[in-house]
Design a protein around this ligand. Structure first.
Ligand code: SF4
Ligand code: SF4
Length: 387
């Protein structure tokens, strides 16, 4: 085997792109042990090792730019919980991707995704004017200067037919509780969270600037997000670009309204429900109780906990741009998650993220378990429980 060359220039470039902590890594391998790729077989599992990826970054060595390695991480943050040096592994992965994608080297399967986000403001190849199609038949209020909250609906729930039901349910719940909210509409763009994680920094900056100008121009002060991914990027990445608002995930807002008696769910649903903690709501945003409190408020819902829960929740594999990856059956994290739910005795697996909904539904279908396990989003269960 040819020895690999060390490139200090490459290492400096990766650090400049945001991998400021890559040199803190002492190669202990604790991160690798917790990575969900260790739980599945297959080609990606064989070549992707996050400890090794950090090493290649530290040395500026060839190997990390291999597509199977570079784009395998779902940015679930599980590995970071175990790092004794506090290495910001997800930032390092993002920086390593940026160092390659910034040079124009984008894998073929991601070109239409990034192209659509550039051209249409969403990664789902939907026309910009169709961003509001999910509202058909509903009288969704428009955001105005006297509106308290701007409701930002994730692109996935604007364009994916299954996911539009999440947006519609959230609108129903907010209206029922008498919340002052409104949408802006077709001028909104994707929050860009996944684009940045894929390494397309220029595209992220473009999307973020467009949203910041739009939201500030409309006088937005408070935002409700339907997705934990939008929540995370609005809260953590937009402020330094000039977008500073009070941002809340819909589960947190509804939990408060339930406690105040402005919402109730008296309809007996007669279901045994397990909750899947989305990585961007849980590990990334530290929100674990709001969805559980809401579930506990629905009549006739018996809740069961999955073995891997809260901080140790198993990723659905939809983050970090992996929602667009083609993964062979038998290698999908979601299939393990569906198995967890079946073992818990639940007949419903619910979650509070559109990406998780997508990945878990696909996994349930591929395992042909849709007859015994219903996959839904928490907002759908809540809306069904309204008086
Ligand atoms: S963020 Fe998740 S998928 Fe990525 S390396 Fe860490 S544990 Fe593995
Ligand atoms: S756990 Fe932290 S220090 Fe250990 S190999 Fe992983 S990144 Fe490096």
């Amino acid at each position: 085997m040819e020895p690999k060359a060390v490139s200090l220039e490459m290492r400096e470039y990766i650090v400049e792109m945001g991998a400021e902590t890559v040199n803190w890594c002492m190669q202990c391998g604790l991160c690798t042990n917790l990575c969900p790729w260790r739980l599945v077989p297959g080609e990606t599992s064989e070549v992707f090792n996050i400890r090794h990826m950090q090493r290649l970054g530290q040395m500026g060595m060839e190997g990390f730019e291999d597509e199977t390695v570079l784009f395998a991480c779902s940015t679930c943050s599980m590995c970071q919980t175990n790092c004794p040096r506090g290495v910001k592994i997800v930032d390092n992965v993002r920086a390593m991707r940026s160092s390659i994608v910034g040079g124009g080297m984008v894998p073929a399967n991601l070109r239409p995704i990034l192209g659509s986000a550039h051209a249409n403001g969403n990664p789902w190849s939907g026309a910009r004017e169709n961003r509001t199609a999910w509202q058909e038949g509903l009288n969704v209020p428009r955001f105005g200067t006297d509106t308290e909250y701007f409701l930002f609906v994730c692109c996935h729930s604007c364009y994916d037919p299954r996911s539009t039901r999440v947006a519609r349910s959230i609108v129903k719940l907010l209206e029922h509780a008498g919340v002052s909210f409104g949408v802006i509409g077709a001028e909104e763009s994707c929050c860009g969270e996944s684009m940045r994680k894929l390494g397309d920094e220029e595209l992220f900056q473009k999307l973020a600037q467009s949203n910041i100008e739009l939201f500030n121009g409309k006088g937005v002060k408070k935002i409700i997000t339907t997705s934990p991914h939008c929540l995370w990027t609005f809260k953590n990445e937009y402020p330094e670009l000039g977008g500073e608002w009070e941002v809340i995930h819909y589960t947190e807002l509804l939990r408060g309204l339930l406690a105040e008696g402005k919402l109730s769910f008296p309809k007996d649903l007669g279901k045994k429900v397990a909750f899947h903690d989305p990585c961007y709501l849980g590990r990334h945003s530290n929100i674990y109780d709001a969805p559980r409190d809401l579930l506990g408020g629905i009549a006739g819902v018996e809740t069961v906990e999955l073995g891997r829960k809260r901080e140790l929740s198993l990723c659905c594999a939809g983050g970090g741009g992996r929602i667009w990856a083609e993964v062979p059956m038998g290698e999908r994290f979601g299939e393990l998650r569906v198995t967890d739910a079946l073992e818990s005795g639940a007949n419903v697996l619910t979650t509070s993220c559109p990406y998780c909904l997508n990945m878990l539904t696909d996994a349930c279908n591929s395992l042909e378990k849709q007859e015994v396990l219903e996959i839904n989003e928490l907002s759908e269960l809540l809306a069904a429980g309204l008086p």
